[in-house]
Design a protein around this ligand. Structure first.
Ligand code: SF4
Length: 106
């Protein structure tokens, strides 16, 4: 029967290094950084595919009060003018915007 693995100082330091790298990597994609992402161009193909507009008031299909800022997929801070959207990784959308994928917050 093999003996149980022993925790050596070397393996402990190695594992701590891996854990530190994972934690620092996670910090690199925190929402604050994502909020600095460039704005989605309303005339880009991906935006047009979901009828994205920067002003929800101009969207005839938008329900009253339905804006990016009130959408479940919006990841900007409360009250922010723009922020990340789960639908458009690496891009920000205007809080006043809207698209056909708008979803009510739970
Ligand atoms: Fe705005 Fe929501 Fe559409 Fe993203 S999914 S663009 S937050 S309405």
């Amino acid at each position: 029967m093999p003996s149980p693995p022993t925790l050596t100082r070397r393996s402990l330091l190695k594992n701590l290094g891996v854990a530190a790298a994972v934690v620092s990597g996670a910090a690199l994609v925190r929402p604050a950084d994502a909020a600095d992402a460039p704005l989605l161009a309303a005339d880009s193909p991906e935006a047009r595919a979901v009828q994205y507009t920067e002003d929800a008031r101009s969207a005839k299909a938008a329900a009253p009060g339905a804006t990016c800022g009130s959408c479940a997929l919006y990841q900007g801070a409360y009250g922010s003018a723009a922020g990340p959207c789960q639908l458009f990784p690496g891009k920000s959308v205007k809080a006043s915007g809207w698209c056909s994928s708008w979803a009510a917050q739970m």
